[in-house]
Structure formats: structure tokens, C-alpha cells
Unconditional design. Structure first.
Length: 95
């Protein structure tokens, strides 16, 4: 994956837009190519958006958190921004 600056349009609401602005260069985005069916890769692939937010205080970092909502209903990018605000100094968040 190639991590780049996040496009501000990924923010689904004002909360997410403010969080993305607050994180600045700590927030990076990428796309991950995954097969539609691992047992039959010839069916094609999908692009999955991924967001990471680096720990605010790398010296205090306690680990990384990977978030995956597992289906429709809630945006993992927004969820990733929310969790990064909660654990921002101590964890490296990926959603």
C-alpha cells in the first residue's frame, strides 16, 4: 500500500472533518486491493479504503489498534478517526 495524505472528502460529517484536520500529517490514507473471492481470484478485485493515524506521542505508544466494522452500517474510516481521538497519544490506529 502507498500511504498518502487523506483526501478531505473522506470525512462523512463535521466531526470527521474536524478530526481529520486536527490529526494533520498523522492521518494517512491508502487503498488495499483485495479479491472478491479468495477461492476464485479470477472474479476480480475490490479496492478497500484504509486510514491510519499515528500515535500523538510515539514515546508513549502502547501498540496498534486495527478496526474493521465487518459490514454495512458504519463507516470504518469515521470509526478510525473516533478511536484515534480517544487513544491518540498511546496508540497507532488503523481503520
Amino acid at each position: 500500500m502507498a500511504w498518502t495524505a487523506c483526501d478531505p472528502s473522506i470525512a462523512q460529517d463535521d466531526y470527521s472533518a474536524r478530526a481529520l484536520t486536527q490529526f494533520g500529517d498523522r492521518a494517512r490514507c491508502a487503498t488495499l486491493r483485495v479479491p472478491l473471492d479468495y477461492a476464485n481470484p479470477g472474479l476480480g478485485a475490490a479496492q478497500v479504503a484504509v486510514l491510519r493515524v499515528a500515535a500523538g506521542n510515539p514515546a508513549a505508544r502502547q501498540g496498534a489498534i486495527l478496526l474493521s466494522n465487518g459490514g454495512p452500517g458504519f463507516d470504518s474510516l469515521t470509526n478510525g478517526l473516533t478511536f484515534a481521538k480517544w487513544w491518540g497519544d498511546a496508540c497507532f490506529s488503523v481503520g
